[in-house]
Design a protein around this ligand. Structure first.
Ligand SMILES: [Zn+2]
Length: 67
């Protein structure tokens, strides 16, 4: 699990951003383009965590984020 500063600096072409819900363990994987489109290229892990909403159980702000 790698911590990172923001998407633009850390997520290169072909890399993916992984999200896991802390409530139900649902996992999602975003491509670099999808992550930037969703959160903005300068989003930090905390930004993404705050904004993310689990597609499985609907909980907000409780996801783990890593690359
Ligand atoms: Zn969930």
């Amino acid at each position: 699990m790698t911590m990172f500063q923001n998407l633009h600096r850390s997520l290169g072409r072909g890399q993916t951003l992984k999200l896991q819900c802390e409530a139900c363990d649902h996992r999602a994987t975003l491509s670099a383009q999808e992550a930037a489109a969703l959160c903005g290229a300068d989003a930090t892990p905390m930004d993404i965590r705050r904004r993310a909403r689990c597609k499985a159980c609907g909980v907000e702000g409780r996801v783990r984020v890593w690359i």
